[in-house]
Write a protein that binds this ligand. Sequence first.
Ligand code: IVH
Length: 675
Amino acid sequence: MAASPEIVQKARELRQQLRYHNHRYYVLDDPEISDDGYDRLFRELQMLETAHPELSAADSPTRRVGGEPIPAFVSVPHVVPMLSLGNVFSAEELHDFERRIRDRLPPDSRDIEYCAELKLDGLAISLIYEQGRFIYGATRGDGTTGEDISHNLRTIRNLPQVLDFTEPPALLEVRGEVLMPRAGFLRLNAEAAAKGEKVFANPRNAAAGSVRQLDPAIAARRPLAFYAYSVVRAEGVNLPQTQFEVLQWLKSGGFTLSDEIRMGSGLAFVEQFYEDIGQRREQLPFDIDGVVIKVNSLQKQQQLGFVSREPRWAVAWKFPAQRAVTTVEAVDFQVGRTGALTPVARLRPVLVGGVTVSNVTLHNLDEIRRLGLHVGDTVEVMRAGDVIPKVDRVVSSLPGAMPVEMPCQCPVCGSAIVQEEGGVVARCSGDYTCEAQVQRRLAHFVSRKAMDIDGLGERWLVQLLDAGLVRNSADLYRLTESALLEAGLEGMGEKLAANIVLAIAKSRETTLPRFLFSLGIRGVGESTALSLAEYFGDIDALMQADVEVLKQVPDVGEVSAAWIVGYFSQPEHRELIQAFRDAGVIWKPVERHHVQPLAGQTWVLTGALTVFSRDEAKVRLQKLGAKVSGSVSKKTSVVVAGEAAGSKLEDANRLGVAVWSEEQLLAMLREQGLD
Ligand code: IVH
């Protein structure tokens, strides 16, 4: 059936709206509608186009779901070869780069202006536009010939199909990088993991795996983005004179550029850019592996030309490797606050991302088995998004290398090791006789979320224990300046002693939840401590509670109830609590949040939150009366989905449970005065 004028008009409007929202989302990073809202518009247009195929314009945003699979990749020659960049790794090498440029430019043009950009860690792509319309795009290939991947590129939401220029160039060849922003990568992997499918090692592999598919429907489901960084051919247009201005011009034509593009002269400017980006690297929305410095004047670029397939006018200043290979010299077992033994690999020191790494946790025996790690192995160490290094894989083992075994005795106190929780956790049975446990308990007691005693780092705690000044946490409240000074502690002076005693004194006045948390009772984290405090109001009632009573408390199950009862039934713990009271430790009456608008509701937190930790958010929701659960059911009131939310978000969608973003949660908490 031929489309009526109203339908033609409606399709046009929908297309315009979708283009507008793509622009807001990708280019301005400021979406106006939710993903759901976008999908609704998208499906509406798709339905119209299916019913009236004549409406389906080649550049319609619906084409981005991907057309038919292609039988095979077609090779395309690059008219302008796709070359690579030279690398520098230090300020000295950068000086050499500038000297080489200076030597080649006329003496009057020595003050070199640079355009500084990010070195995006994706896949180099070249795009051809004719009269402002996207014609095809290809991979780098061997630099001379690439593969036509237009079918996949058309699915990338921020890759313009039609340029925004009033007078588009007859021909334009734009180069840039296809990448997968981290948030999308994490979401994709979480979804894959939930379905038991293979996960990608990093966003770069995920992007590469997505564009090298014959079926465009696969790329269409992957959160890919295109970032432009240069123009290599332009006909029928006068390009600006500098790289910086060319980039702004590309932006005005509808291309997405990174926000981190700067212009400036001299190496001090470049060094500052490199330092600044290096510090903010983890906060960028995508992975980068360095910065790229380009001579800003296009005329000078021409004068400088190329040498051995690299431009003389540009260089990549790479960040130190985030991965390195080294050997495992030993595997030791560290004893934690609850006696749990954690294997730690002692490595031959190696630089990873600019930091020397010599110890990394191996978490547990299962992890060691998963890695297949032995003492003496050569391993690859990496620092991922977070700063904590880890062993990524075993590169090679020596023949006859010995497997790592759990010791039978505590390496610190010699007490027997007991296996718990189905053999996953091994624990030292030494309890208060184990120095390591005592020290870690003290460290927990003084930590920020517990009693928050400033200035008492592990260094001091070890010395206080060694000197016999404290045996348990209550002893801290008996410390005096003179005792600290007379004990001859290494590095202790009058000022420090006074500060420590003052910080301890300040912590005397605390809150019941903090105090309970600081005791380090198994199963009593920050949020359980809050629940217990709110339920019992004071510690005496809690100390008398049995398992049945404790199970009534939100957040307390059978196992932690037994641990809590076990803790308070030990005479030394009762004495410890009395010792705190005698030392003048007091807590304010428990503040109940009187308005409990979420009473009777069950909330679930999933994915990574950025402003609060999940525990912090949980405590706040509990204050408002909500029960916070770990699994989604029909009875769940709201699921808060953070970054990379996985199966719980799927469950919520399947069961029709309301899903909130972190922003919605924050707004609600702000309204309740709990931010
Ligand atoms: S300009 C003549 N700018 O780095 C080559 N390249 O080693 C000019 N890359 O695969 C390239 N970010 O895809 C340029 N801002 C940027 C870049 C960039 C990443 C990649 C590029 C190429 C590799 C060159």
